[in-house]
Structure formats: C-alpha cells, structure tokens
Write a protein that binds this ligand. Structure first.
Ligand code: ADP
Ligand code: ZN
Length: 755
C-alpha cells in the first residue's frame, strides 16, 4: 500500500510514500504525516491511498515516518476545497491545504490548559494598588477557573500583571473543569424585526428550508439592523439542528461583536482570530467536531472552519479588503464562502453598507438577490455630514492640515456635554514624509522605495495634560525627539540634522499624521482625556481590546485613530465624528483607491449618533469629488453609478477579471528580464488561444522596491474567471520559461492590492 502525500512547496504534485505496516489499517486521507522530503523531516497531508505504485522502482520509495497529529485530520470537504483553491488561485495543493488546515502542516498536540482562579480568603494585602484593583475585578467575576489570557482579558490588564498575581499567590492553579468564560444567553433576545428585516429573513430562511444554494447581498446603511438579521437567521438555522458560520473583518472581532453573539447563543459560539495559537485553534476544532460549538464567528481563515451540517454562511462587511489573503494561497474568503455555500447547497448572506462594486454588480445582474435595509433600525436618522472645504479654512504654518475652527468648536461642545468625539485620520505617525524644499530630497527607506514617516519618539502617556496654549513645534526644532520609520519594513533612522544632499537645515515635515493631531488636541484641550488608536499604540488583539474597553467605559473624551476605528464600533456616547483629511488615500495609484475612500468615509460617518443625533465633519480639499460628495450624502447608489461607469470604460473589475503577477528580484536587471520573458510568453500563448486576454506590462509596480527587491508587474484582464490563471499556470510549467533562483513570482488572481 502506498500513500499520495502533498507537502507545502510550490511543486503542484503529490509524492508517493510507502505505508509502514503499523499504519496500514489506520491511515486515512486527510491525516497529517511526518515524511522526509529533500533530506528534511516535514509534515505533509495524505491525499490518496493507492494499492499499486505505477512508477518503476517501488523499493526506492521512502516510508511514511508516522502520524504527525493524532488529534487532527483534514476532512473530505476541506480536501475538495483545497483542490479548488489550488486550481483557481494558481498554487500547489500543498500550499493551499497547509493554509487551510487548522493547525497548518505542523505537529500540534492538544494540551490541557492551565487554569487559575482568585483566592476567596485572601484580601490581597501585599498587593500594589493596581494589582489590588485587578484582583478585586477578577473576584467580582467569580471564582470560575480560567486561563491566564482569559483572566487578563476579563480584567483588561496585561498578562504580566496576571503573572504577578500568581507569584503573590492570590491567583492559584485550579484543577476544576473549565467553566467556559462565555456567559449563558441572557440579555435582550431577538428584537421584533421591521418589515425590511422580515422580508430579508423570510428570503434567507426559505432557502435554508429548501436546502438549496442562494447568495444574498444585504445592503443596509450603517445601523440598519444587518447584524440583527444575521443573528435571527442563525438562530433559526440552529433551531433546525444545523450549524452556521459568520465571517467578520479581523478588526471587528472586538468584545462588542463577540458579546452580542454570546448573548444570543451562549456557549454554542466559537471565535477564530488570527492571533490565536494553533493549540487554541485545535481545541476549538474539537469542540466544533463534537457538536458543542454550533456557531463559528471569525476572520478570514474561519471560512475553512470544519462545521458539520452547515446551514448558513454570513459574510459581514463583505467589501472589506482583509478578506483577501496577502500571501499564497491568495484566496478571497468571501468568494470561498460563496463556493462553500454552493457545494453545501445552503444560503450565503453578504452584508455591507458599502458593498464592493463586484458584489453590487452581481446583485444587479441577478447572480445575487439584493435585500435592502434602507433606514436605521433603532428609530434614529443618519447623521448630518458637514463639509469643511480646506481651501477656505485652516492651514498651519508648514502647509499641513490640522483642526479647523468649526471642528474645534464642535469638539469643545462635546467636552462640555461630556460626550465623546471620534477623530479619524488614516495616516499614522507625526508626518507623512520629510522633504527638503530646496533640493527636493525626500527621506526614503533603503530597502523599500517608500518615503519614511516621521515619528515622535517618546510617547507621552495619553490623557496627560501637557503645556497648554498653542505652542506646537515642528520636528526640526527638537530633532532629538523625532525619528524616521518605514511603514513597510519597520526600519528606523535618526532624524537628520540637515538635508543629506544639500545640507540645508530647514526641512519640511509634510502631511500630518495621528501623532501630530494628538499633540494639537493636547495643546488645545489640555484637560481632555485623549486616546490614540493606530498600529503604533495598539498592536495586537489584547491592546485593541484594552483600548476598546477604555473607549466604551467612557475613559476617553477624544479618540483619534486610523482606519482601526472606522469599523464595527458602536459607542453610545460618540456624538461627533471628525475626519481630519478625507482626501487621504484618494489618489493612491490603484484603481480601487476611490472606492476604498468612499467606503471608509461612509463607515466612519456611520460611527456617529448610533443612538441619537450625531454630527459628522469632513475636512477636505475636494468637496466635489464623487467619493467625498456621495459619502457626505450617504448615497451608495449614486456613487455606484459614477464608479461603475468609470470601470466599464477602463475595462477594470467588476467588468473584467484581473490577475496581477509580481516579479521581483534583488537584482533589478534580473527582475526586468524575467518579467519581460514572462510577459512575452504569456502574450504568445494567449494569441494562440481563443480566450481574449488583455495583457499589460511589465511595468514597475507603484511600490517599485520592497524588502530590497525590485518589483515588476504584469496585469492580465479577461472575461472568464479562470482564463488568466490557466494561462499563467501553463506558461510557468512551460520549458521556455526559466528564471534565476533569486527571482520570485507572485500570482494574484482577482488581485485587490495593486501597490
Ligand atoms: P448594522 O449591523 O446594520 O450596523 P445593527 O444590527 O447593529 O445594525 O443594529 C443597529 C442598532 O439598531 C442596534 O442597536 C440594534 O439593537 C438596533 N436594532 C436592530 N434591529 C432592530 C429592530 N428590529 N427594532 C429595534 N431596534 C433594532
Ligand atoms: Zn522599509
């Protein structure tokens, strides 16, 4: 007996191994096994069992060394799906499967988690004040044993602090069975659906009952009750004895969203997120397989969650770019969700206030059923958006945008009323770039052809009042306090005393970032409690959850952040949303730049006045730009009409399928030669095939150098979904194609990121 095994390499084929006698009976497709491959011991997946070996010399074959993971096996549905993913996204089955498996291709063992609970007898006298606070908070939560990370989350503190409490013996290891940290269903149950919600629910549930595939696009303005529709549809699916999956963008996995699900479904929900350990994912896997978890909510990779008898898939914020994986396999979780629903014969619901052009077009063409929620559900209107035309308003001394007077006045009013303001600027750091006005030098990263961002070094604890009055200074006044940082590779450089090419000292920092706005706020409102949320202050899920708790509990008066704060937040006290510069991102060299801007602005504006009246201010240089004009009016249809006309004219998606190939090498010449050869082979083969493909390039990618590699780009556009992928695969397998070992080719089918 032989086994066909795939491993995580770009080679798209299975390798044959002998099955050792002790595994003859037990080995199954989907088992992860240890094998030696190119003299390395690695983990692969069994994809076939063969009686005979049709190669010449079966004795030369190696044996499988053993089963790598006793506690995990890839099921048949996932095996089938991996073949599709590999085929469609032009990668090997091994690459696809290792990304789809809960544990990856790794030897992961199920470990029993170590649990702790707070001591009841102890008053914790020997604790510092902060430790005391956390300890009391944990005790209020009861004495249910929980893991360290769960306790840290419960108390909203660092895991270091939990360690300290364990050291001081007020948290003790417990043997008791884990009581799930999730609460039993309580709180508000299903709300009485309004007519539009009923209509949507009826359509979805009919499809559930008929056990057929159906794709629904639930288009509803922010706060229109989409989530309520998901929850009720999922509850009905559960009542029919089936399971359900809900995908959300990573950033939306805040306690708030999760809590809302927990309140409805209690312990039946399981949450997948990207920062979970493989062990934690494996534990979830078992709870799903045992039927204990019947609803999975999670980010991109949760689309592969092994739910048996799945009855419904929901993709919330379906337009969100984070559903597309940025590395091999470059799958789109929304598209995989649709495929999975097709194969299972169940409905899939895509929800958004600003659907992607792709999905809305599919709905207009009848491929999806359009379900609309046209007004906010909880009897509140859409917020008023006021446009502040920067051409007539404030510019600070270095030509940078900052806070205009009307916005400052609006923030002041909120402070007086003890309400929260949310300020949005999609640019972190102090300034966007550093520029020499005389010789035009721009500080760039050595590795990447990218301007370095100016950062303020010592991060003042937020909320601390600083010197009052408007004594803002620029970086060149105190260069020691600043540094340069590359946002792609993280490289840091000191802030230069003068221009390295012409020695002038009056360098300009251009384009305010969140740090700078934070400084301005601190000096204008010295008593206000500020909270800055961007990847510099809030990296990692725990930090994000802590920050979220701070916002929700009203510990901050003014919140300033990047797109992190644009999504999924429902903060009752936020009555003002200010967009510092709506135009950021509008002119990035990517045909979707405007669509993203429109969508982001609409989402941000939707954060205001979730429960009552709210005001929104957009500061902009371009009040008449369609993306901005339509976002101020919450008018998706108008934007769609304009944007789709443009796309149709230029032949970009959704009116074609776009595949992007990036060819990169540390040696620019090699990259160029490889790209040119590849493009000519693609053209030649395309000309001899009936498929009409438009092939552009090679051209330097907009970010021409990244990670020390020069990048060339070839774009392929056609009408048929698989045409480009098939062509690329053929050419890459062709003997005329060759490239130096240092050259990398990345094929991105249905590419979203074109920078
Ligand atoms: P969305 O997901 O579209 O942003 P949500 O489902 O979060 O909208 O609903 C927004 C608010 O409206 C929530 O506070 C929710 O409780 C409330 N809501 C939703 N549906 C109803 C309903 N049928 N009746 C009353 N309130 C509702
Ligand atoms: Zn860099």
């Amino acid at each position: 007996m032989y086994a066909a095994v795939v491993v995580n390499t770009p080679l798209d084929r299975a390798f044959t191994y002998k099955i050792p006698p002790d595994l003859m009976e037990s080995l199954e497709c989907g088992n992860l096994v240890n094998v030696s491959f190119n003299n390395r011991r690695i983990v692969g997946c069994v994809v076939g069992l063969l009686k005979d070996f049709d190669g010449s010399d079966p004795d030369s074959l190696k044996s499988i060394d053993g089963i790598a993971s006793e506690s995990y096996r890839i099921d048949e549905e996932l095996l089938n799906l991996s073949r599709f993913v590999a085929d469609y996204y032009v990668c090997s089955s091994g690459e696809a499967l290792s990304a789809m498996a809960v544990t990856g291709f790794r030897d992961v063992r199920l470990r029993t988690p170590v649990l702790y609970s707070p001591l009841l007898e102890s008053e914790g006298e020997a604790l510092t004040r902060r430790q005391q606070e956390v300890f009391q908070k944990l005790r209020q939560g009861g004495t249910a044993p929980a893991t360290k990370s769960a306790l840290a989350q419960l108390a909203g503190c660092s895991s270091g602090l939990i360690d300290k409490l364990i050291e001081k013996k007020v948290l003790v290891q417990t043997e008791r069975e884990p009581v799930h940290t999730l609460r039993k269903p309580s709180g508000p149950h299903a709300l009485e659906p309004n007519p539009e919600q009923s209509n949507a629910l009826k359509a979805i549930l009919e499809t559930v009952d008929r056990k057929i595939f159906g794709a629904y696009l639930l288009h509803g303005v922010t706060g229109s009750g989409k989530t309520e529709v998901y929850l009720q549809a999922m509850a009905s699916v559960l009542a029919r004895g089936q399971t359900a999956l809900c995908l959300v963008p990573e950033i939306a996995l805040t306690p708030q969203t999760v809590e809302r699900f927990e309140r409805r479904f209690g312990e039946e929900i399981g949450v997948f997120h990207s920062q979970q350990s493989r062990t934690a994912k494996l534990a979830l896997y078992h709870r799903i397989r045992s039927g204990e978890i019947r609803i999975v909510i999670g980010a991109r990779s949760a689309v592969f969650a092994p739910l048996p008898d799945i009855g419904l898939i929901v993709v919330d914020e379906e337009h969100d770019g984070s559903y597309k994986q940025g590395e091999t396999p470059r799958y789109h979780a929304r598209d995989i969700a649709i495929l999975r629903a097709q194969q299972a014969g169940i409905p899939v619901v895509l929800g958004s206030a600003t659907p992607s052009l792709e999905s809305y077009t599919n709905a207009l063409e009848g491929k999806y059923t359009l379900l609309k929620l046209s007004a906010r559900a909880a009897n509140v209107g859409m917020p008023d958006v006021r446009v502040i035309d920067l051409a007539h308003d404030l510019i600070d001394r270095s030509g940078d945008v900052s806070l205009s007077e009307p916005l400052v006045a609006a923030i002041r009013k909120r402070l007086e009323r003890k309400e929260q303001s949310l300020l949005f600027l999609n640019r972190r750091g102090f300034s966007n770039f550093l520029f020499c006005p005389s010789c035009k030098w721009v500080a760039k990263c050595e590795e990447d052809d990218i301007a370095m961002t100016v950062h303020r070094k010592s991060r003042r604890a937020t909320g601390q009042p600083r010197d009052s009055g408007l004594d803002l200074f620029d970086a060149q006044d105190r260069p020691d306090e600043f540094g340069l940082k590359c946002h792609f590779c993280g490289r840091r450089e000191p802030y230069p005393a003068c221009c390295p090419s012409c020695q002038r000292t009056d360098l300009l920092t251009v384009g305010s970032g969140t740090q700078r706005i934070e400084e301005e706020l601190a000096s204008r409102f010295p008593d206000a409690r500020l909270l800055r949320l961007d990847y510099d202050t809030t990296s990692g899920r725990d930090a994000w959850i802590r920050a979220w708790n701070q916002m929700a509990s009203g510990e901050a008066d003014i919140i300033i952040g990047t797109q992190m704060i644009a999504k999924g937040l429902h903060l009752e006290k936020v009555t003002l949303v200010g967009v510092i510069l709506a135009d950021v991102g509008l002119f990035l060299p990517d045909f979707r730049a405007e669509e993203r801007t429109f969508s982001l602005l609409t989402q941000v504006a939707g954060r205001a006045g979730r429960t009552g009246a709210g005001d929104v201010y957009f500061q902009t240089w371009m009040p008449n730009h369609p993306a901005i004009r339509c976002a101020t009016r919450h008018d998706y249809e108008a934007y769609y009409a304009e944007e789709s006309r443009r796309r149709r004219q230029s032949g970009f998606p959704p009116f074609s399928r776009l595949t992007a190939i990036t060819i990169s090498d540390t040696d620019s010449e090699k990259a160029f030669q490889a790209a040119r050869l590849l493009a000519s082979l693609l053209r030649r083969l395309s000309n001899s095939s009936p498929e009409q493909l438009r092939i552009n390039g090679p051209r330097l990618a907009p970010i021409a150098r990244l990670g020390g590699r020069t990048r060339y780009r070839i774009l392929l556009r056609g009408q048929r979904p698989r045409a480009a992928g098939n062509l690329v695969r053929k050419v890459l397998k062709d003997s005329d194609w060759s490239a130096s070992a240092s050259t990398r080719i990345a094929v991105d089918v249905d590419a979203l990121d074109l920078l």
